[in-house]
Ligand binder design. Structure first.
Ligand code: G3H
Ligand code: 13P
Ligand code: ZN
Length: 309
């Protein structure tokens, strides 16, 4: 099956009250772990690539690895640019075979965000590619840009309809209190479900995207700390909150940090138990298996998108 866009996936997810997992990919083991789990669970998938991932692994290598995954799994897979910051990177990904791009104009003024997003939408739609925009600003680290909690701002529901109509975007990332990385809440986790519900009322049927949605699974953090890491205070979004978001208008849930934690916890354990090992296959095999089991858990127990092909 060729790569697909997210249009059909989001429509079914919205109607079915579940969400599609959008997992960040950076290398072969991550792609294999994610896609093997999705194949076994018969889940549609979004594989997303950040500017940092393109710099690390190279656009062509990532595309070829994803092509291999398509051939191996025969799943509907979307290849999506995560947090495109300008028109040029979106264009480069569209020209290079991605089926979906995000233009993240959230750091700009409302008017500039609309102008930039529409420019990308016009180019993308002409080529059959879909576009995710962003309104409101998440805290946390993305591609070396650190947005402090003070600079973060919730999405204003009253702006959403105008943004969607004037840009023509296919989906919209919103800010309701999640943030990127492994340190999302200093105290008790709290998300603004009132904002999400209001947006659902104002643009019914329109797919919403939740970034910064890793749960920072405590077992991985404990394992990292046990084997020499230092991640005190790491905390993510509780799974019941993600399930609630998926039952509302959230159709795409972004997960990167949990993949990193699963892999790192596995590799730290491996070296603590096998200090003399120097064969990458010996430590990457269990790391890939850890990713696969994590993704299976997300698909089945959190996103609810298993058996939705
Ligand atoms: O939103 C950010 C994602 O976790 C990607 O992270 O830019 O370090 O690849 P990255
Ligand atoms: P996490 O850091 O919570 O995994 O969020 C990832 C993300 O939003 C990618 O765009
Ligand atoms: Zn993000």
């Amino acid at each position: 099956m060729p790569l697909v866009t997210s249009t059909e996936m989001f429509k079914k997810a919205y109607e079915g009250g579940y969400a599609i997992g959008a997992f960040n990919v950076n290398n072969m083991e991550i792609i294999q772990g994610i896609t093997e789990a999705a194949k076994e669970e018969q889940a549609p998938l979004i594989l997303q690539v950040s500017a940092g991932a393109r710099k690390y692994a190279n656009h062509t290598y990532l595309m070829k690895l994803i092509e291999a995954a398509l051939e191996e799994t025969n799943l509907p897979i979307v290849v999506h640019l995560d947090h495109g910051e300008d028109f040029e990177i979106c264009k480069s990904c569209i020209d290079g075979g991605f089926t979906s791009v995000m233009i993240d104009g959230s750091k700009h003024s409302f008017e500039e965000n609309i102008r930039l997003t529409k420019q990308v939408v016009d180019y993308a739609h002409d080529k059959g590619v879909v576009v995710e925009g962003e309104l409101g600003r998440l805290a946390g680290v993305e591609d070396d840009v650190n947005v402090s909690a003070e600079d973060a701002s919730y999405t204003r529901p009253e702006q959403v309809q105008e943004f969607v109509e004037r840009t023509g975007v296919d989906s919209l990332a919103i800010a309701i209190g999640t943030s990127h990385g492994a340190y999302k809440f200093a105290g008790e986790p709290k998300l603004r479900f009132d904002i999400l519900e209001e947006i659902g009322r104002l643009v019914p049927g329109f797919p919403i995207v939740l970034h910064g949605a890793s749960s920072v699974i405590p077992e991985f953090v404990e394992q990292i700390n046990k084997y020499g890491g230092q991640m005190p205070g790491a905390q993510g979004v509780p799974e019941d909150m993600l399930r609630r978001a998926a039952s509302l208008s959230v159709c795409k849930i972004n997960i990167d940090s949990d993949l990193r934690l699963a892999m790192t916890a596995s590799i730290r354990k491996h070296f603590a138990e096998n200090p003399g090992d120097f064969d990458p296959r010996q430590y990457l095999r269990p790391a890939r298996a850890a990713i696969k089991e994590l993704v299976r858990h997300k698909l089945v127990n959190v996103l609810g998108c298993n058996n939705k092909i």
